[in-house]
Design a protein. Sequence first.
Length: 159
Amino acid sequence: MQVHIIAVGKIKERFLQEGIAEYEKRLRPYLRLTIHEIAEERRPGSASPATEAAAMEKEGQRILAALPAGAWVIALDPGGREYPSPGLAALMREGELSGRNQLVFIIGGDLGLAPAVRAQSDLRLSLSQMTFTHPFARLLLMEQLYRACRINSGEPYHK
């Protein structure tokens, strides 16, 4: 399976960069992973709601342009559906069995995801009811992908 992560913004914190690199290494035996970072739209610190909406739309256009054709698209969204780790593993297995060999996870920027991106998504997924920074959400997603791969391979994982 090929997994793409399309994320708005770069990871600046070193501890997150190291964690993400570790999970990239751990995931190599299970799947092909690509991470595509979309430029965050610049805006003034005191941007109006209209300026923020326009910035979100521009980020959304860049996200949609980066989507591989025919991919199964999952948008990370606080209002999305929550899955336990075995549920995410089952979802990934189901996708593979149905012939969807390209899976895309989208992580928006600090403004969230444009309505057009949500509309283009096959599923909206929430990592938790708690709030996380978008860079931290990337690390959490990668840990859960690794856990799902271990579950699907019948290997032990911490419950």
